[in-house]
Write a protein that binds this ligand. Structure first.
Ligand SMILES: Cc1cc2nc3c(=O)[nH]c(=O)nc-3n(C[C@H](O)[C@H](O)[C@H](O)COP(=O)(O)OP(=O)(O)OC[C@H]3O[C@@H](n4cnc5c(N)ncnc54)[C@H](O)[C@@H]3O)c2cc1C
Length: 835
């Protein structure tokens, strides 16, 4: 045996030990055996040590000795654990109360599997598929469908610039505003999955109408009352909210506290005052909020403020922290009703403010018991809400973009061809298809997780920014494919409202830049990493001995985890994922599961190093954390994509879409990882990262053109694939509705294609003449090119196509703007600042 062979065996052995997280004594034995064999006469030849052993020979035993000593727990504790514990305690940035509450608020879901580097496929595949009760399904197919039919987007956005009363009445009467309120309290008590699908269907029709339904079913404050309210608040408000007798809004954001909402200047003092003629313990409030959705129409204002009790009337100290209260909009001193104009939206949104307004203490949500708990309450509700509200509308929006754009691209012709058959257009169309499939996959999986009680904080952040960003790109692609038809607004334009409202989804519930760079990875790593948060908590424990014990346990596991990730990632990258795991029944999808497992190992390795080396710098190194968030998102969305294919029963028509999505996801993952490594602040670690993650270069390529071509062809005509890709959105078949006109025309265009081909050839050959004033259909019939029946069909198609491609035009007088006093409005919303 030569030294090289021994070395190779040793490396393989060390990798196996590392991947199996072998205990230190096993490492000591392995290193000892290697040292012994490396120095043996069998390897070095008889008499190799005839001249006696050298210092080097003895030094070579040092690793063995160190490992053997460290495998004795008491020595390891005093030589390693205690010093490291001391350093961590010193350098660890203090986690503020609001940060700790945000971190502890939600639950950890499948994200933890991806951070672990060894995802358990069983955990993925046992997340329930989409399941609705009979009642929920009936509501989706009944009142939701009916509501969608009532909506006239143009009337809402332009003619009335508000959601019509008839729609408000309908949603109130049918319980739309109380979907999340339990049946016990008069609500519909629908599952998050059902809420998500209902919101999505409405969103596919009108971003304004979905907003008025979404807010009461999100932060609300219905959910806050349901979870934390006193019995009296539940009994009084929940039935009223469920029936729409109260219109709620939730006021958190202020002029100086946007993303950094916890720094609000809105303040309350616990004091005694008079309410309804009686002296009452209460709060004197001053606040200034803006951007509050439903505010101008609200009857009940959920309000966040910082509460002080300088006279210790509640016996809980002076600075009580962020507190939430329910304030009736008609309470004296509440200023509310003015409107902002966000992206020309029609849903009500505006500021509200008050100065020295007295409210009784039992208006605090949850009463005295919950004073100061506001931030935790908000964070807990936000994790679930953020996973449902915006992902559902962003998903439905992408499906709608696909539905209308695929039809338009097939109907609209230039250069004698449907524009959708041109490669340039096809490229954009394929991006929309990918988004529609992947967004729906991730939406459904996440909603199922929330339906079974999870409040996934990292996943909800990731879903919020990913689905809305993908939707933004889908809308832009749809606009590009429609050309001028998408740009000129009017009743016939079915793209403009989505295009205008995309920035709202990007900004609300945590603006995307912050959500991507700060929340998903910087907080996510701490939350989803198997040991990190335990170490942080242990280091912050006020009882040093208890902290040290907990730290030792977490740290030992962390080291084994890190070593296992280095070895595992290197091994799977060298073997191209061939030995990575896949579920038994994955069939043709095994290859993507294996690549996902391989990528997850690389991710776990780099994430671990990133956290260890950047530590407190994570909050500021946002170009790194942003890329890590993107990489994690790609893994999550790919897992959801594979699961959707499984849940849908492996439809043959979707196989190519999944392959395309998988290839693109892995390619984007790779680029995000490469960007992280190339720019990693600790330069010395870059070579190690490259060696482990890209030992054979960058293996993943984006999906080939041919695959996209096959997929695009399937959506350019009616069929199962197109239906599946756009399921659960509102689809009109009414030719008076611009989207219904598209559907009907598409079917007729496809049916008339054989006849059309004959006619086109005759026109090209000069047999039939197509000019204004000539009846070319009659001429073609006369010359035997097409039958009279075919001519009728083509004539009908021509009429329909003319309507599909028509663009609205107006009398200039109709378009005169009606803004009269814009200049004065700005000052009016800043009363506190002005005083
Ligand atoms: C139409 C609409 C409806 C809304 N509805 C409500 C509502 O009902 N109730 C309510 O309370 N609020 C509501 N909001 C407020 C919304 O939540 C805030 O707009 C949002 O939190 C961002 O705050 P900001 O607009 O002040 O942006 P800023 O906080 O000023 O942020 C500006 C930019 O800086 C980025 N940024 C900020 N901090 C960081 C950081 N640490 N790291 C990286 N990037 C950062 C942000 O991502 C953003 O891109 C609504 C807003 C809009 C526009």
């Amino acid at each position: 045996m030569t030294f090289i062979v021994l070395l190779l065996i040793a490396v393989a052995g060390f990798i196996a030990l590392a991947m199996n997280r072998a205990p230190l004594w096993a490492w000591a034995l392995a290193v000892g055996a290697f040292t012994y064999l490396a120095q043996s006469e069998a390897l070095n030849g008889p008499g190799a040590y005839a001249g006696g052993t050298t210092l080097l020979t003895w030094l070579a035993w040092l690793p063995f000795a160190a490992l053997a000593l460290l495998s004795i727990p008491s020595i390891r504790r005093s030589a390693v654990i205690e010093p490291v514990f001391g350093i961590v305690k010193k350098i660890l940035p203090k986690v503020s109360d609001t940060e700790a509450q945000a971190l502890e608020a939600g639950t950890v879901g499948f994200d933890a599997e991806l951070f672990s580097g060894t995802p358990d496929w069983n955990k993925l595949l046992t997340i329930p598929p989409i399941r609705l009760t009979t009642e929920e399904r009936a509501f989706l197919d009944g009142p939701t469908e009916q509501l969608c039919r009532m909506i006239d987007d143009w009337q809402i956005r332009h003619a009335q610039r508000e959601v019509p009363e008839a729609i408000w009445d309908f949603v109130k009467k049918n319980g739309f505003l109380g979907m999340l309120i339990s049946k016990e309290h008069g609500g519909l008590g629908f599952s998050p999955q059902a809420q998500s699908l209902i919101l999505g269907k409405i969103a596919s029709r009108s971003p304004d109408v979905v907003t008025i339904v979404m807010v009461p079913n999100s932060l609300g404050p219905g959910e806050l009352i349901e979870k934390y309210g006193t019995d009296a608040q539940k009994h009084y408000y929940l039935p009223r909210l469920a029936k729409g007798e109260e219109v709620p809004c939730f006021s958190l954001t202020g002029p100086t506290s946007g993303s950094d909402a916890a720094t609000m200047r809105d303040i309350g003092y616990v004091t005694r005052g008079t309410y309804q003629g009686k002296e009452t313990l209460g709060v004197r409030l001053s606040w200034e909020k803006r951007y509050i959705t439903l505010g101008p129409k609200a009857t009940l204002v959920g309000l966040a403020f910082r509460l002080f009790d300088n006279d210790n009337l509640l016996g809980k100290g002076a600075d009580l922290g962020i507190t939430l209260a329910l304030v009736p909009a008609d309470h004296p001193g509440v200023n509310i009703g003015r409107r902002h104009l966000p992206s020309s939206a029609a849903f009500p949104n505006g500021p509200n403010w008050g100065k020295d307004v007295f409210i009784p203490i039992d208006w605090v949500i949850g009463g005295e018991a919950m004073v100061g708990q506001g931030w935790r309450m908000l964070m807990e509700c936000l994790s679930a809400g953020r996973a449902i509200s915006l992902p559902s509308s962003a998903t439905a929006g992408a499906k709608m973009m696909l539905r209308v754009t695929s039809a338009y691209a097939r109907i609209r012709k230039q250069f004698g061809l449907p524009v959708g058959r041109m490669e340039g257009v096809e490229e954009a169309l394929v991006r929309i298809i990918e988004t529609a499939y992947v967004n729906e996959a991730a939406r459904a999986m996440t909603a199922s997780m929330v339906s079974r009680g999870e409040k996934p904080s990292v996943i909800s952040a990731l879903m919020k920014y990913q689905t809305t960003e993908k939707m933004r790109r889908a809308v832009n692609d749809a606009m590009d494919i429609h050309g001028g038809r998408g740009i000129c607004d009017g009743p016939a334009n079915y793209l403009q409202s989505a295009y205008q409202m995309v920035p709202v989804g990007i900004t609300v519930e945590g603006a995307n830049i912050l959500t991507r760079t700060l929340i998903t990875f910087a907080q996510g790593a701490l939350r989803s990493h198997p040991y990190l948060y335990k170490e942080v908590q242990a280091a912050q424990d006020t009882d040093r001995d208890r902290g040290l014990d907990a730290f030792e346990d977490a740290f030992n596991n962390h080291i084994a985890f890190s070593v296992s990730n280095v070895a595992g990632a290197f091994f799977h990258n060298v073997t191209m994922g061939a030995f990575a795991t896949a579920p038994d029944n994955a069939r043709t999808m095994s290859v993507w599961y294996r690549q996902l497992a391989r990528a997850s190992r690389s991710y776990a390795f780099v994430a671990d190093l990133t956290v260890a080396l950047l530590g407190g710098g994570l909050k500021t190194k946002q170009k790194i954390t942003g890329r890590m968030a993107d990489a994690l998102s790609e893994l999550y969305m790919l897992a959801a994509t594979l699961k959707r294919f499984e849940d849908d029963g492996h439809p043959e028509g979707d196989e190519a879409i999944v392959e395309l999505a998988a290839r693109n996801a892995l390619h984007r993952f790779q680029e995000a990882m490469a960007g992280t490594i190339d720019n990693f602040p600790a330069e010395w670690v870059r070579p190690l990262m490259r060696l482990v993650v890209f030992p054979l270069g960058r293996p993943f390529k984006s999906a080939p053109d041919e695959l996209g071509h096959r997929i695009a062809r399937r959506v350019l005509e009616p069929g199962e694939t197109r239906e599946r890709l756009t399921r659960d959105i509102f689809i009109s078949r009414d030719v008076k509705d611009p989207t219904g006109l598209l559907e009907v025309t598409l079917e007729k265009v496809v049916a008339a294609e054989p006849a059309e081909k004959k006619l086109e050839k005759a026109i090209r050959d000069g047999v039939v003449h197509r000019y204004h004033g000539v009846d070319w259909f009659a001429e073609a019939v006369g010359k035997g090119v097409i039958t009279a029946e075919e001519a009728d069909r083509l004539r009908e198609v021509e009429g329909l196509v003319a309507r599909v491609i028509a663009v609205d035009h107006f009398d200039p007088a109709e378009l005169k703007p009606n803004y009269t006093s814009l200049g004065h409005n700005i000052r009016a919303v800043e009363p506190l600042a002005a005083e």
